[in-house]
Design a protein around this ligand. Structure first.
Ligand SMILES: [Zn+2]
Length: 131
């Protein structure tokens, strides 16, 4: 039995669970019991130490830009002009997200703004500049 908050979190985070959370404007990650690394995408093992002892955690939806880049050659299906992606620091995790609206720079505060469906059943969280 989990006693974490009032939100039921899956013990093992699957992509399906992660994607379902994104559609509800929530971000889930995994905290490593061995080294405390927090990952922002579902994985079978810790990306830092390889441990499989991972606990699902809820990530904050506000953070700061760690790195950013503009994709100028979008894959098929995206709009034609470039778009910006960023690695954002959310609590103890770093997550790659799509940026909407204004261009962001490293260190900017950003907040979860929703998600886009890049293709069927693959929602990608989007962030925008925090007010
Ligand atoms: Zn680890």
């Amino acid at each position: 039995m989990s006693t974490q908050d009032d939100i039921e979190l899956p013990e093992t985070l699957s992509y399906h669970d992660w994607a379902a959370a994104v559609r509800e404007d929530r971000l889930l990650g995994q905290s490593c019991e061995e080294c405390s690394h927090v990952g922002g995408v579902p994985s079978g093992a810790c990306q830092q130490c390889g441990s499989r002892d991972l606990t699902t955690v809820e990530l904050p939806t506000e953070g700061t830009v760690h790195t950013e880049t503009t994709i100028n050659v979008p894959p098929e299906g995206f709009e034609e002009r470039g778009y910006q992606v960023a690695v954002v620091t959310l609590g103890d995790a770093r997550v790659m997200v799509r940026i909407e609206g204004e261009h962001v720079d490293i260190g900017d505060d950003v907040v979860l703004s929703g998600f886009i469906d890049t293709d069927e059943d693959h929602p990608a969280p989007t962030f925008e500049t925090a007010d």
